[in-house]
Design a protein around this ligand. Structure first.
Ligand code: GUN
Length: 282
């Protein structure tokens, strides 16, 4: 039996329709949710990402501004822009696209964003809120993964979830979200001694490493749910994830494809967070 796909495009369409409806209701009350997207430099991948974010805002009825600065912009000037956006009543969410040029301290910039506008969920206040179960913005990619699990009616209580990757953006917040749903969570990373021994025990596997074929069929317990956060290119230049999709789909019960899986969900959750920021501003 081959795994059922968890379709990130279909789920995104549904959630974005809900965002659009709620956005229209807010607008009727005189508030248009607004997102500021700040890009420094001309990294081609970042340019594609920010364009997609701005386009998604427009489609759901959110106001957005894209500020694209030269790669030579100083850290002080970027801090001043963030502080101005913090004070701007039209802007409810601020996203500074990463990576930033090497002369800018990215964490310093993130900490300058007002936590109430931190729709990326990268501020230490947001991370602390997630860790302690307090209200706050959740990072969009792991939040999207949780929505995908919710969409198949999957109960995490008592399940063993294995997260491969320990980044601040995906791996660590993903583990905390799974833990909050009472899963038993293992975080694996580049120094994990025997990855296969870990993943073979897993009911749920989230692969978030950024490397092809990190997870192959022999590493997956029959019936597992596999979420693929990776965005890589195969030898033919085709987009692929971290998971050997063709192999693993023969073993798993559910699997997310790449493209059309987690990718669209990340932008969808950015819209959800920005809407929530606008609602909280009333
Ligand atoms: N770079 C890659 N992914 C992201 C993201 O989700 N947010 C920001 N700000 N930068 C990124």
């Amino acid at each position: 039996m081959t795994a059922q796909l968890i379709d990130g495009n279909a789920l995104s369409r549904q959630l974005r329709t809900e965002v659009a409806t709620q956005c229209a209701q807010l607008k009727a009350r005189g508030i248009t949710p607004g997102l500021a997207v700040v890009l420094v430099g001309d990294n081609p991948a970042s340019q594609v990402y920010v364009r997609n974010k701005v386009k998604a805002c427009a489609e759901a009825g959110l106001h957005s501004v894209l500020e694209n600065y030269d790669a030579t912009l100083s850290e002080a000037a970027l801090l001043a822009r963030v502080e101005a956006l913090n004070r701007d009543p039209q802007i409810h969410g601020i996203l500074v696209q990463l990576p930033l040029p090497a002369h800018i301290d990215a964490q310093k910039i993130i900490e300058a964003i007002a936590p109430a506008k931190d729709v990326d969920g990268f501020h230490v206040a947001s991370a602390g809120a997630l860790m302690t179960g307090m209200p706050g913005f959740w990072p969009c990619t792991p939040f999207g993964c949780m929505k995908m699990l919710e969409s198949i009616g999957y109960s995490l209580k008592g399940k063993h979830a294995v997260v491969i990757g320990r980044s601040n953006i995906v791996g660590k917040p993903m583990a905390l979200m799974l833990l909050a749903q009472s899963a038993t969570v293992t975080i694996c990373h580049s120094a994990t001694a025997d990855l296969k021994a870990m993943t073979l025990q897993a009911d749920v596997i989230v692969a978030a490493v950024g490397k092809r074929n990190v997870l192959t069929a022999d590493m997956v317990k029959p019936g597992a749910v596999v979420i693929d956060v990776g965005m890589n290119r195969d030898t033919q230049g085709k987009l692929c994830g971290d998971v050997d999709f063709e192999g693993v789909r023969q073993v798993a019960n559910y699997i997310t494809p790449v493209p059309g899986g987690v990718g669209p969900m990340t932008i969808t959750m950015l819209l959800v967070n920005t809407l929530a920021a606008a609602q909280a501003s009333i």
